[in-house]
Design a protein around this ligand. Structure first.
Ligand SMILES: [Zn+2]
Length: 326
């Protein structure tokens, strides 16, 4: 019997290896000393990161002390690819300012101001990619994201933010996780990929925003900037606070995941509905054709970082979209 539905997934026919990336980080924090780009690259490399995005706030770029020579020094650190970018500040929306991470472009290269419809597309035309940073405040109001044209064209959102976890600990502000928002976007058939970021400001191991706490793991055949950007646009990655994926196979019938040390693997569908949960390091979901999308979460209960008491260690895998044939 042939299936009467199509499956569209970024994981169909994976060919690369999994490369840990930290794509949203700052060289200048508000209450810490500036960290030169080459020092940031060295610290990230020691933490196991192979691709490092340095994305200082657009409003702070003019005060950065770095010269082109400093940036070139960062790019010469071996064993890690450094990608420059910036964090764009959107005008106030409701009770918060939204930040959009812009990788591989600087503000004067984008022809549209932040917050104006067409900004994400302009980032793309300038050769970069853009996604929504730490949007957990919108979990209960996804319409704020869905109905704002200036967010159309983003590749996705941070479902996990190390810096927000730090804020939760200090001020009780919520917003570390944006998984409910992500499900709302996917349920509305918005193509949106999940990323995880440290949003590192302080460069202190042990803090929740340490560069390695919250990673986007890219499937790459070649580690260079064009391949990283292509991988991000196409969604060929997963987000994680710890668990590593060993097997990830999506076919037109099944979604199979294996992860050493995983205590549970869950498959979720429209609205975040739990479709299947399996204990242990391996699970396979068989599509019925009635799902709108199916995504997977891998949960590990091992203590990866001593400073992360508020969240389980989770890997968020991208959705497979199910399209009935008419
Ligand atoms: Zn940031």
């Amino acid at each position: 019997m042939t299936a009467d539905f199509d499956v569209i997934s970024p994981y169909l026919g994976l060919r690369g290896r999994w490369v840990p990336a930290a794509l949203h980080n700052h060289t200048v924090g508000s209450d810490s000393d500036p960290v030169p780009p080459a020092r940031a690259a060295e610290l990230a490399r020691q933490a196991g990161i192979e691709v490092l995005g340095l994305t200082d706030h657009d409003r702070r770029l003019p005060e950065l002390p770095w010269t082109e020579r400093d940036w070139a020094a960062a790019q010469r650190v071996t064993g890690i690819l450094v990608v420059r970018g910036h964090e764009a500040t959107y005008p106030r929306l409701g009770d918060t300012r939204e930040h959009v991470n812009c990788l591989a472009v600087l503000p004067d290269e984008v022809g549209v101001p932040p917050g104006v419809p067409g900004f994400p597309q302009a980032v793309g035309q300038a050769g970069g990619v853009a996604w929504l940073n730490h949007p957990g405040l919108w979990n209960c109001r996804p319409e704020q994201v869905l109905d704002t044209p200036a967010f159309d064209g983003l590749i996705g959102l941070e479902v996990y933010s190390g810096a927000r976890l730090l804020l939760e600990g200090r001020t009780g502000t919520r917003g570390t996780l944006a998984v409910s928002l992500w499900d709302a976007l996917l349920t509305a058939r918005r193509r949106s990929w999940a990323l995880a970021s440290a949003d590192c400001h302080a460069w202190e191991p042990g803090l929740p925003d340490w560069v390695a706490n919250g990673q986007t793991v890219l499937n790459l055949e070649t580690v260079d900037q064009p391949s990283v950007l292509d991988c991000l646009r196409r969604g060929i990655f997963y987000a994680t606070t710890g668990p590593r994926i060993e097997v990830l196979e999506v076919t037109h019938r099944t979604y199979r995941v294996a992860a050493p040390w995983a205590s549970e693997i869950r498959f979720l569908g429209a609205g975040g509905e739990l479709l299947l949960a399996r204990e242990g390091p391996e699970a396979t979901y068989r599509f019925t054709g009635a799902e709108r999308y199916v995504r997977a979460e891998v949960i590990s209960r091992e203590r990866v970082h001593a400073d992360q008491p508020l969240v389980r260690h989770t890997a968020w895998l991208q959705p497979a979209f199910i399209h009935p044939r008419s």
